[in-house]
Design a protein around this ligand. Sequence first.
Ligand SMILES: [Zn+2]
Ligand SMILES: [Zn+2]
Ligand SMILES: [Zn+2]
Length: 257
Amino acid sequence: MNILFLGTGTSTGVPVIGCNCEVCRSKDPRNRRLRSSILVRTAKTTLLVDSGPDLRAQALRHQLTAIDAVIYTHEHLDHTTGFDEMRAFCWNREGKLPLYAGEACLNRLKAMFAWAFSPENTHKGYVRPEPHQHGGQPFTVGDIEVTPVLVEHATVVTYGYVFRAEGSTFGYVPDIKKLPAESAPLLRNLDALAMDGLCFPQHRTHLTIDENIALMRTLAPRRGYVTHSGHRVEYGQLADYLPDFMEPAYDGLLVEL
Ligand SMILES: [Zn+2]
Ligand SMILES: [Zn+2]
Ligand SMILES: [Zn+2]
């Protein structure tokens, strides 16, 4: 199983429009962050997690032309508004595109993109989703087992996911403020775990870098990655700051498990 980070930025992306700070002006490509999304791949299966507003650029950058399913963490716009770009993944497929989400997120997607979910949508040029409401229960796509992990983030129901395939485990939690005690065991002792680290100062709806590190230590993955970062986080400084078992994720990072 391998993980490709398509985007590792917070909702604004980095650089931020109109900002002239050091990170936004940085020439280091690892300081340029598209909105957060990953691909989880095995030899047989390709899963897209979230369809943010940068999906078109991400697909072009990585020559991504087909996926087996899309999985949503939550309904925030930085994770959903690239929905229509998935047309390109529907043009060449016979059946519909499997789409997995929790109940609240699925209802929101149906409201936002009603035409796609309409029974009258049979046009091959459109996104033709096959909705699956996972209800927080594990499911399988191809040879990848997916376990939803309920977390606390802002006011919307939000999931992280654990992916299990080919003897490896990977956890992905891009948006989180607090991990409920019932969810913690699902994220313990994974081969790798990527988690929200928005900024250094306290934040209302996201983990800070220090909160991320503290939580990582209790969950003890073999490798820990920080993602969903904003423009106050400089790649090199963060890399130096993190403990040995952790590193910042960056756009284009490929993790082979
Ligand atoms: Zn987000
Ligand atoms: Zn900036
Ligand atoms: Zn969010």
